[in-house]
Design a protein around this ligand. Structure first.
Ligand code: MN
Length: 287
């Protein structure tokens, strides 16, 4: 199942090249009252809503992609979690290019741990990435996004995949520089998720997916998730050894080699095999 959010909070089911409006299903999410829990209520309820989604799709209005503005498939992730230096060839380029490492000693994801990106940095692929700091390097990083579906703490790798709701294509946009990742990578619009969520049952092996990114038609990144240092199950185990994962949490699983700068006006195209692809514009002006 491919689920999207579009055109101002509407819910859609993606079939072939159409988006079918199934917004009435949102009314079936169990009511919650203040204070709202730190999780995404739609993602949590997905297993119970699937039948209703299919039924609604039989009567819903369908739209061509051209008429749809895709928003982040997860509206309210409690956490956006990043995986640093998680492809071997990206570790090597980070050591070789002082513009990436900024004097930090590049060790390993096991040493560095994960990092958090602010929820306020999240946008969908029909929005624009608005760069800041014209005198500094702003890089693209394409990554497989993993959306958690079931709460868990100290999850074992063997059990990890049962906690996954699905996958999306993500961009972990990055301001290079001396600050910690949580600061540099949390700028407004520097987390992109899209175009939709593909439920986990449709992705039997997330550890063997091609992923790619181009800028203005020029190929920049091209790899496969089989080159991840920590695969998806290990990432879930590692992350949940430190904090509870909640429905809607997004893990950006790391970027392969080929990261590089973008500038205002650029067009980024990014995709992951079996998940989808999108093109997103870098805004014409700096914030
Ligand atoms: Mn990254």
């Amino acid at each position: 199942m491919k689920i999207c959010r579009f055109n101002g909070g509407r819910l859609g089911l993606v079939r072939q090249d159409r988006v079918i409006d199934i917004t009435p299903v949102l009314g079936l999410i169990p009511a919650q009252h203040y204070p709202l829990p730190q999780k995404d209520l739609l993602i949590e309820a997905l297993p119970q809503l699937r039948a209703a989604m299919e039924a609604e799709a039989e009567k819903g209005v369908s739209h061509a992609f051209a008429d749809v503005r895709f928003e982040s498939p997860v509206a309210n992730p409690g956490k956006i979690i990043g995986a640093p230096i998680n492809y071997k060839a990206h570790v090597e380029e980070s050591k070789a290019d002082a513009g990436i490492g900024h004097g930090r000693t590049i060790t390993s994801i096991g040493d560095w741990g994960m990092f958090l990106k602010a929820g306020s940095s999240l946008i969908g692929c029909s929005e624009e990435i608005v760069l800041r700091f014209p005198d500094r390097r702003n890089d693209h990083e394409v990554e497989l996004g993993v959306v958690i579906g079931k709460q868990g703490n100290q999850i074992k790798a063997a059990d990890a995949m049962s906690h996954v709701a699905g996958y999306c294509v993500t961009l972990d946009m990055t301001l290079r520089g001396p600050e910690f990742q949580c600061f540099r990578k949390s700028i407004d619009s520097y987390s992109v998720a899209g175009p939709w969520l593909v439920t986990a049952d449709e992705v039997p092996n997330p550890d063997k997916l091609d992923l790619w990114l181009s800028v203005n038609g020029e190929s920049r990144q091209k790899s496969n998730t089989s080159y991840l240092v920590y695969d998806i199950a290990r990432l879930i185990e590692f992350t949940s050894a430190f904090y509870t994962l909640m429905p809607g949490d997004i893990i950006m699983s790391g970027t392969p080699e080929g990261v590089g700068p973008v500038k205002p006006g650029d067009l980024i195209e990014a995709g992951v095999e079996s998940i989808g692809q999108f093109s997103i514009r870098v805004a014409a002006h700096y914030a």
